[in-house]
Structures are given as structure tokens and as C-alpha cells.
Design a protein around this ligand. Structure first.
Ligand code: NI
Length: 133
């Protein structure tokens, strides 16, 4: 893809904010940071517009709570058309980390993530929003 250059006018305050962002996030330069922000905004717009998107649901839980795994499996079967793959990692004696790669309409993915998050005993849960393209 051809790279095009354009000038950006910013007042000093905004430039300071941008430069702090570049520094904190360890971007190599301002262009990379601006590219990241544009892409982030595009992803968010797609999720807001209920477009077909991709992402990952991350769950951390104690596998000794057996009911939890049964409920989680039931929910995942209800939404199987959205699930690409599931990776299960045994973190330690008690805790499991599950990464569920998902693709589908944004609202359905959010609904699935919310149902999993609400299972009693889930220690941590996060929906990572990305795009298909
Ligand atoms: Ni495990």
C-alpha cells in the first residue's frame, strides 16, 4: 500500500498529550501512534455498528468449581457459531486461563462475553475487540 504524507496542525496542549502517549506506549514515532489511534477508532466504530468483527474472550477461573465449567461449556455450545477456537491453559494448581477466539456480529459477541463474565466464580474476564480485516 502506498504511504501518503500529510501535515497535521495541533495546538501545543494536544501535541504534548500526543507526545506523552508516544512515550508511554513506546511508539517509535508520532506517525505510528496516529495510525494506532485511527485503527482503534475504526475498530470501535465497527463494534458500535454491530458489524462482523473478531476478537477474543479471556477468562480466568478456579477449575475446582466444577459447576462453573459445566455452565461455561453450555453457554459456549449455545454460541458455537461464533467460536473459532478455545485455548485452555492450566496456570497453576487452581487456576485456568481460557482464551476464546470469536468472530461474528458485534452484539452477539458482546452478549456471549457478558454471559461468560456473569458465571459465578469467574475471577477475571475481558473481551478484546478487534476486526476481521
Ligand atoms: Ni485448567
Amino acid at each position: 500500500m502506498q504511504v501518503k504524507r500529510f501535515g497535521v496542525s495541533l495546538d501545543e496542549d494536544l501535541l504534548t498529550i500526543l507526545d506523552t502517549f508516544v512515550k508511554n506506549e513506546k511508539f517509535p514515532n508520532r506517525s505510528q501512534a496516529i495510525r494506532f489511534l485511527i485503527k482503534k477508532n475504526t475498530v470501535e466504530e465497527k463494534w458500535k455498528g454491530n458489524k462482523v468483527v473478531a476478537g477474543a474472550i479471556i477468562l480466568v477461573y478456579d477449575h475446582h468449581k466444577r459447576e462453573l465449567q459445566n455452565i461455561s461449556t453450555q453457554i459456549q455450545h449455545d454460541y458455537h457459531h461464533l467460536i473459532l477456537c478455545v485455548q485452555h491453559v492450566h496456570l497453576d494448581h487452581h487456576n485456568c486461563l481460557e482464551t476464546i477466539a470469536v468472530k461474528g456480529k458485534a452484539k452477539e459477541l458482546t452478549e456471549l462475553a457478558d454471559k461468560l463474565k456473569a458465571i459465578k466464580g469467574i475471577k477475571h474476564s475481558k473481551l478484546v475487540m478487534s476486526t476481521v480485516d
